[in-house]
Design a binder for this molecule. Structure first.
Ligand SMILES: N[C@@H](CCC(=O)N[C@@H](CS)C(=O)NCC(=O)O)C(=O)O
Length: 160
């Protein structure tokens, strides 16, 4: 049987909002109960050791357990993948690639590649997150790619 979740909340609390976002994003059904923090009910003080919201009360046939700290890490597959992406691809991969490019070509032509970052980001956002890619954006990308191509062609033809 699925656990019954009650989120004891306050309407202005940012920690509550963090918990609501996580539960909603995961499609988890829960009941939200807002309390008055200036006048905490006794039943709340009985289950919340710190007297703070949010408290996630998890009820099942075996009874009820209260989670009273919103600052926990949810080791979901999305979180682990994002962590690996940030640590391996964006840190080690991109910085390694940058050093490798600087070693084998002129700093100016490496610097020109940075103009491709917005275009690559827009294409990735389009492919991965379904963001819009309109005609003006595509025209801008083509213009940037053309300029980077010209800079690098000049740089390689002027090299001895
Ligand atoms: N470390 C807690 C902090 C929660 C917290 O500070 N909640 C505030 C409201 S945003 C609260 O309940 N304050 C009432 C009080 O301290 O009496 C968490 O991340 O869940």
């Amino acid at each position: 049987m699925a656990a019954r979740l009650r989120l004891i909340s306050h309407k202005l609390c940012p920690y509550v909002q963090r918990a609501v976002i996580a539960l909603t994003e995961k499609g988890t059904a829960f009941e939200r109960i807002d309390i008055d923090l200036a006048n905490k009910p006794d039943w709340f003080l009985a289950i919340s050791p710190l007297g703070k919201v949010p408290v996630l009360s998890v009820g099942s046939d075996g009874g009820e357990v209260a989670l009273f700290e919103s600052n926990v890490v949810h080791w979901t597959s999305e979180f682990v993948l994002s962590l690996v992406w940030l640590a391996v691809v964006l840190s080690i991969g991109s910085i390694g690639l940058l050093y490798w490019l600087i070693r084998r070509s002129a700093a100016t032509s490496v610097a020109s590649l940075f103009y491709l970052v917005p275009a690559v980001t827009a294409v990735m956002a389009y492919l991965l997150f379904g963001e819009r890619l309109d005609g003006i954006a595509i025209a801008g990308m083509v213009a940037c790619a053309g300029a980077v191509f010209l800079v690098n062609r000049r740089a390689s033809s002027s090299r001895p």
